[in-house]
Design a protein around this ligand. Sequence first.
Ligand SMILES: *Cc1c(COP(=O)(O)O)cnc(C)c1O
Length: 393
Amino acid sequence: MSNATQLIHSIPVDPLTGSISVPIYQTSTFVQDAPGEHKGYDYARSNNPTRETLEKIVALLEGGERASAFASGLAAIDAVVKLLESGDEILAVDDIYGGAFRLFTHIYAKFGITVNYTDTTDIANVIDAITPKTKLIWLETPTNPTLKISDIETIATIAKQHNILLCVDNTFASPILQQPIKLGADLVVHSATKYLGGHSDLIAGIVVSATQELGDKIKFIQNASGAILAPHDSWLVIRGVETLHLRVKEHSRNALIVAQYLEKHPAIDKVYYPGLKSHPNHDIAAKQQLGFGGIVSFTLKNNTEDAARAVVCSTKLFKLAESLGGVKSLLCHPAQMTHKSIPAEKRRAAGVVDSLIRLSVGLEEVDDLIRDIEQALNKAQTFVAEIKVAAFQ
Ligand SMILES: *Cc1c(COP(=O)(O)O)cnc(C)c1O
């Protein structure tokens, strides 16, 4: 059976009524026959049938044993960090999602969990940065926003040798393009807000565990800390996942065409897209991914915030907003938006320079998207030239 067929039919028909759409169990509690005698559900924080259906579908999609759905991607990341103890160290990719950086630095540092950041695209850096206290390796691949690729399989082997857990934030690739657990990862997290949900209409997160044992620990944390995904949002993610295959394929197709267009444009300095032959980690991406995803980042030859600002304020189809992975194309200026909480020096060192712009290429007709970027770049060049003239007057 093809993956698409399997995915669509992993979403069960309701055995009670035959409803082809998963029922939304909008309830806080479940009536028991006698104390402790119930149908597998006692309280909706601990378990909810709608959420459980979503968790099973995503576990299957990722090739994991168990999944737990959370109120946001960050709540999912938070649950994974809670596997650690005070004194433990995390070894994390340097080009990390800003919110994960904030969580590690401003919350977990207080509890004695420290983080070593390194460029995990180079295996030698990973080996060097491991200490006896390292208990978790945190990868994002591709990263946000410079689309760096780390070799999951090789890092998983190193992690196993040192008895370290490997968690991969798979938000950008989605399980359609990449299944880290099959490459040796212990845990996968998603911001389901992005491709899994796919319609820019909710905030959600998921942790998938490779083993039942780890899955049970995450499930315990989910119940004990309580940041669960609500039934209606669980249903929306299920509905999104039904078309994940189609969407991700089309996002990737459009993004490659946009990246190739940008690469030839005279106002552009660098284009970051793992599907381009010029991408430094293209070979690893081609080895571990089935496609290259819908995110493209680029920098301008005029590497200033003003120039980037002029571009992001001039597009019409690409809407200026944080987030990504939805049907509608979005763009953002990481230095002033998603990565604002990272100190400027650290941010620039990780490649998030002042003119970097991130596109989430949507499902519009790709020619329309290219025309939109073209007119924005033209307008921005005129605008920035005018500012320069004004400055000399
Ligand atoms: C958005 C995002 C998150 C955080 O998810 P939320 O749903 O916004 O809490 C984590 N990792 C990556 C890569 C993201 O893009």
